[in-house]
Design a protein around this ligand. Structure first.
Ligand code: SF4
Ligand code: SF4
Length: 510
């Protein structure tokens, strides 16, 4: 159980590698999912006799299924290059938050059960049996990894700790130990269609309210359509966009872009969630089941394009997995995947990120802006991990870094990047990704945000930055919560399309 009280780390001018504080975060653990939540998503309700053997069997299954996991277990030479690259180590000093140490929690069990040396000379190679003590450490430290992949950028062998964490969570779930926050949300998506549990009628009311608000603000009838058959675009966006601040301001921005460009579009009450927490728990079946709602909605509505809103891990799932998972993009081979591939318009990238769509319209001169409307904002951009290190945008290398920045520069006059080494592929996690955005892990979230807060402070001090744009629902929610711990205003964070919304001209022929 997380402690209620903790000290927020002091911001330093330059990153400092902390002194090792053994066991400093051993107490940090998320709430365990009760049996009802576990069973609702198809996992055992609790640990029962013989769980150790079942955990090892699951590990063997994953090692056979994902060759990369076996490579990650075997390839590490303990060079230490990753040890100071994790924001959770930098924020807490706990040596088990060094990526190599996190991997070793699984590697020591792997060696015992899957290597010759570990089976016969366990002490010589640091091999250990699966036990309750080991499981307790897994539970704590595999729930202190946001699966951000920053460490893998610096590893000479490309070892991906995120993948190890996903495998550990999959093994724990398979023996009845699951995280309440993540598994409860997955259950809501299956039952209701989105992470927030917003039923269709409430969503319809909300969208009507947004139409009224936008008309009052602009005098223009900007639509927020729901379940419109025959629309060209199906927009899949995180459910936070429907209700939460500042997320909803980006949703208004997307609607204005579609309006200004004359593109017909719709949201779906069935597929009212871009997020896919199946990724965070490393479970392929959940990943697919959640994504299938989107395919069903696309087929029912007969849309020609699928566009994804501002959500980091959703874009990773869409960009990397939707093709083979459900047939959005080339790759899926079942009859429904083929039907959808035939239905979608091959002239467009499937799926398309909303930033790609907006950037393309800007390039073609199809959108006009009054940039000075954003003159009150001095803007920086936070690259979200899953966009930066697990996806691409556009046709150019590094498009995922260029495109959001070019949109910001098209709609705002004042932009300053944070320091190299804290952005692009080396970006620091917000501290709340990977299924950790829960208040039972608040201490971890606040401390893990330290490197990003230090980089932000530098541009605040040197350039007067007062707005940090990002294209991830989790980053927005996490920063809204942790910014005040570091003396910043929570309204400093917002979406790229929030800026677009402010500056875009409506009601003109384009
Ligand atoms: S993936 Fe990210 S959170 Fe996990 S160990 Fe690596 S740097 Fe840390
Ligand atoms: S950088 Fe790679 S090889 Fe070196 S200790 Fe970390 S995981 Fe192992």
């Amino acid at each position: 159980m997380a402690t209620a009280k903790f000290e927020t780390p002091a911001l330093k001018r330059f990153p400092v590698i902390p002194l090792v504080a053994e066991g400093a975060m051993a107490h940090s653990k998320p709430f365990v999912a009760p049996a009802k939540i576990q069973e609702a998503v198809g996992f055992p309700g609790e640990l029962t006799d013989g769980w150790e053997q079942r955990a090892i069997a699951k590990m063997g299954e994953l090692l056979d299924k994902y060759r990369s996991l076996r490579v990650h277990m075997d390839a590490c030479v303990h060079c230490g290059a990753c040890s100071d690259k994790c924001h959770y180590y930098l924020g807490t000093g706990d040596p088990k938050n060094m990526p190599v140490a996190r991997q070793d929690l699984m590697r020591s069990v792997y060696r015992r059960h899957f290597t010759f040396a570990g089976k016969h000379f366990p002490k010589l190679v640091g091999a250990v049996d699966m036990s309750k003590g080991v499981l307790d450490q897994w539970w704590s430290y595999y729930n202190q990894c946001s699966e951000c992949r920053r460490c893998s950028v610096f590893c000479p062998y490309g070892i991906d700790t995120a993948e190890v964490t996903m495998a550990a969570r999959e093994i724990m779930n398979s023996v009845g130990l699951g995280q309440k926050y993540a598994n409860e949300i997955i259950g809501k998506v299956h039952r209701i269609g989105n992470n927030l549990g917003i039923p269709g009628p409430a969503l319809e009311d909300t969208l009507l309210g947004l139409e009224e608000d936008t008309k009052a603000e602009t005098g223009v009838d900007v639509r927020f359509p729901l379940d419109v058959k025959g629309a060209e675009v199906l927009l899949i966006t995180p459910s936070a966009d429907f209700f939460s601040e500042p997320h909803v301001d980006s949703l208004i921005g997307y609607a204005k872009v579609f309006h200004a460009a004359g593109i017909s579009w719709t949201l779906s009450s069935k597929a009212s969630e871009a997020g896919n927490f199946g990724l965070f728990i490393g479970n392929y079946e959940q990943l697919r089941k959640i994504a299938l709602r989107i395919r069903e909605a696309a087929l029912e509505l007969g849309v020609k394009r699928i566009v994804v809103g501002e959500c980091g891990h959703a874009w990773r799932v869409a960009y990397s997995f939707w093709n083979t998972l459900v047939g959005i993009g080339a790759g899926g081979k079942d009859p429904f995947a083929i039907e959808l591939q035939n239905q979608l318009d091959g002239r467009y990238k499937q799926p398309t990120h909303i930033c790609e769509l907006t950037y393309d319209l800007i390039q073609r001169g199809a959108l006009k802006f009054d940039k000075e409307k954003n003159d009150g904002r001095i803007v920086t951009f936070h690259d979200s991990c899953n966009v930066a290190r697990a996806s691409r945008m556009g046709d150019m290398p590094g498009g995922q870094f260029v495109i959001p920045r070019e949109i910001i520069k098209a709609v705002a006059n004042r932009f300053h990047d944070m320091a190299p080494g804290t952005i692009h592929e080396a970006t620091f996690c917000c501290g709340g990704g990977g299924g950790l955005l829960t208040d039972d892990l608040l201490e971890l979230r606040v401390k893990g945000a330290l490197p990003r807060m230090e980089a932000l402070k530098n541009v605040v001090d040197t350039h007067g930055v007062n707005f940090m744009a990002t294209i991830c629902a989790i980053c927005k929610a996490q920063f809204s919560k942790v910014l005040p711990y570091y003396g910043f205003d929570m309204s400093m964070v917002g979406g790229v399309h929030q800026l677009v919304s402010k500056a875009i001209r409506l009601g003109e022929p384009h």
